[in-house]
Design a protein around this ligand. Structure first.
Ligand SMILES: C[S@@+](CC[C@H](N)C(=O)[O-])C[C@H]1O[C@@H](n2cnc3c(N)ncnc32)[C@H](O)[C@@H]1O
Length: 295
């Protein structure tokens, strides 16, 4: 059973597919790790399907997300442990072996719509973009106002796959200092022209900065390396990614594991949402799920 609709601040992507892949069950000492617990949707389903004794550890870098997860998962009592931590530090956590590990990467709808941290180009907010606002890492504002133009161009090209990164970087540098999302959108629009079509011209720039601020790609690589070590034999890891940079990392890590006979790839091709899911939840449109099983 899914949590009641009116309590859902974020609609979980590929929920049935993740549950099917991770095979939660009760009475066998099942243990699961949700590295991006967010609003707790995937965690809820895994706990419910592993009644009465399945255990789940949930991580999130964002303290607000953990508060939500705490409420959503309250009814499972001591079967749940929530930890505020970046999954890039998974290797340091000394967790017990797991039957199932899930990553649902990126942002939740709450972070986009109401975090006040500048993740969305549709709001006027300060340019923070840290998943963990208590961390000491640089904010988007600091990067935008201090990186040399060439470095900014590299960030936009590599992490945003922005083909006109140089023009955007030039506009940003010309308009410094930038403090709010609206100023960044204005710089991108000055470089690339106004919004036309379905994809807003600032999408790539915002993605690039968020990835840089949170070291998202490095964190994912470190987390996958730790995850394969944590899995029990026949335990499974499921990763939902939302853009090609993440998906490429997952695909190559899985291939590397298969070549070393550490794991079997369960999804030859990534699982994508059904037409129904993609039309009812626009966030799901770019989602790709890959699953591997520990040998
Ligand atoms: C898409 S949401 C997860 C939603 C969740 N699966 C659900 O069904 O409600 C992604 C979450 O991962 C968290 N996150 C992203 N990168 C992270 C990282 N490196 N370490 C820990 N949490 C991270 C975000 O703060 C966000 O809450």
């Amino acid at each position: 059973m899914r949590p009641p609709k009116d309590e859902q601040p974020h609609t979980s992507v590929l929920l049935d597919e993740v549950v099917h892949a991770l095979q939660p069950r009760g009475g066998v000492g099942f243990t699961a790790l949700d590295c991006t617990v967010g609003a707790g949707g995937h965690a809820y389903a895994l706990l419910e399907r592993s009644e009465p004794d399945g255990m789940l550890t949930g991580l999130d870098a964002d303290p607000n997300a953990l508060e939500l997860a705490q409420k959503r998962l309250e009814r499972f009592g001591e079967r749940v442990t929530l930890v505020q931590r970046n999954f890039g530090e998974l290797a340091e956590l000394e967790l017990e072996p797991m039957n199932a590990i899930v990553f649902d990467l990126g942002l939740s709808s709450m972070q986009l719509d109401s975090s006040g941290r500048g993740f969305s180009f549709r709001m006027e907010e300060p340019l923070d973009m840290r998943f963990d606002p208590t961390s000491r890492s640089s904010t988007a504002e600091e990067l935008l106002n201090t990186l040399p133009e060439l470095e900014l161009e590299r960030v936009l090209r590599e992490y945003g796959e922005e083909p006109r990164a140089r023009r955007v970087a030039q506009q940003i540098v010309r308009r410094r200092p930038l403090h709010h999302t609206t100023e960044l959108v204005a710089a991108v629009t000055a470089a690339l022209g106004p919004a036309r079509g379905r994809i807003h011209p600032a999408t790539r720039t915002f993605q690039a900065l968020r990835i840089a601020v949170n070291d998202e790609l490095g964190g994912l690589e470190r987390a996958l390396d730790a995850a394969i070590q944590l899995l029990r034999p026949h335990g499974r890891v499921a990763v939902i990614s939302f853009h090609s940079l993440e998906d490429r990392i997952v695909k190559w890590r899985f291939r590397g594991w298969a070549e070393q006979s550490l794991a079997t790839i369960i999804t030859r091709k990534p699982v994508v949402p059904t037409k129904e899911e993609a039309s009812s939840n626009p966030r799901a449109r770019s989602a790709k799920l890959r699953v591997a099983e520990r040998s």
